[in-house]
Ligand binder design. Structure first.
Ligand code: NDP
Length: 330
């Protein structure tokens, strides 16, 4: 490896915008596994961190980036050897631990998973945290046991985003009848190609509604939160469940207990960052066994370099990115 290499760095709490810089090998944290970061991706959270619009970093200086696909260069852990292909996401990367937007990074072995055999590094990052979170949601809904392929409709909100796109692809490939809620009608063909069978305009869900509404969804994956999630809960069938993972529409939840106490509706909270290894592995297994190369290709919006990250963050907030941006790091 070279002794100096490019990385994005957030300098301190008064300079939250990440800048392209050059790091030295000795700048990296003292952790057991040295990884060359081959690919990463741009999640909503990365947009917040890189632009400084959200206080993601809690320690400074900080290298942002929550998704790593890399190759082990050196390992003081018996679990990994040089040449191993690994992936990592969450576990405090970009918050309290240095993350993916650096050509080399040192990581703890317990944050690393072997790259699934049937995925390339680029495909793993086209999936990234968004796809992995969608898979956590789908696994949770299926474990809850009230949705079944071919029975009723499952709703996906924030459909044209990263989590939404993969939730649709997974649910449709598993045989569920998927309805997509999106604010971008121009994405209908794309969402239909992923498997969505019906569409609703996201404005239908964004105005406050009655606590109990017509029962429409056997289950839902929600990455929007706020009034949207309140309406989704109010429209979920008796005994149904909603997996909520995001707040693209806001962090509040203006709802009542009515769907829960009168229709036995369950709200399942899904966090990807600290998810137990058993859940992580099950999610990646679902992704590797269910998605096709065509899915990953359709969802990938493009490939960018480290230097393009600030512009990509702005595009995410402007709602210009459909699906996922992959970052070629090394
Ligand atoms: P994206 O930016 O790719 O997608 C978000 C989508 O939400 C947009 O494409 C849009 O869908 C919809 N949306 C955006 N703004 C609004 C709004 N004001 N009202 C209603 N809908 C809106 O983000 P990701 O898919 O990567 O992430 C989605 C959410 O999930 C984020 O809040 C993110 O922080 C969260 N998340 C949480 C994780 C966890 O561990 N719990 C892990 C990963 C993500 P459309 O254009 O179709 O209308």
């Amino acid at each position: 490896m070279t002794d100096t290499f490019p990385a994005m760095l957030i300098r301190d709490k008064d300079h939250l915008q990440a800048e392209l810089t050059t790091l030295k090998r000795s700048d990296l944290p003292d952790l057991p596994v040295l990884v060359r970061v081959d690919y990463s991706s741009v999640n909503y959270k990365d947009g917040l961190a890189v632009s400084g619009k959200g206080r993601i970093a809690r320690r400074f200086p900080m290298v942002p980036g929550i998704d790593v696909a890399g190759t082990v260069v050196e390992s003081a852990s018996p679990l990994f050897a040089p040449g191993d292909k690994v992936i990592a996401n969450g576990n405090g990367l970009s918050e309290t631990e240095w993350g993916a937007f650096s050509t080399y990074q040192r990581l703890k072995p317990e944050w690393l998973m072997r790259q699934p055999d049937n995925l390339t590094q680029k495909q793993a990052m086209a999936i990234g945290t968004a796809g992995y979170t969608a898979a956590l949601c789908v696994n949770q809904l299926m474990a809850w046991g009230t949705i079944a392929p071919g029975e009723g409709s499952v709703l996906v909100t924030g459909a044209a985003g990263g989590v939404g796109s993969y939730a649709i692809a997974l649910l449709a490939a598993l045989g569920f009848n998927v309805t997509a809620s999106t604010g971008r009608p121009e994405t209908h063909d794309y969402l239909a190609s992923l498997g969505a069978r019906a569409f609703i305009d996201r404005r239908e869900l964004s105005e406050p509604g009655r606590p109990l509404q017509e029962e429409r969804w056997t289950g839902a994956v929600d990455s929007v939160g706020s009034t949207t999630l309140a309406n989704v809960l109010a429209q979920t069938v008796y005994g149904g469940a909603v997996a909520a993972c995001g707040l693209a529409g806001g962090p509040d939840l203006p709802t009542t207990v009515m769907p829960h106490i009168l229709r036995s509706v369950t709200l399942i909270g899904v966090d990807s960052v600290m998810a137990a290894p058993r859940r992580r592995e099950a999610a990646w297994r679902l992704l590797a066994n269910t998605l096709t190369a065509g899915h990953m290709e359709s969802v990938t919006a493009g490939e960018i370099a480290l230097a393009d990250l600030p512009g990509a963050a702005n595009d995410i907030f402007a709602g210009k990115v459909r699906g996922r941006l992959v970052v070629k790091v090394a």
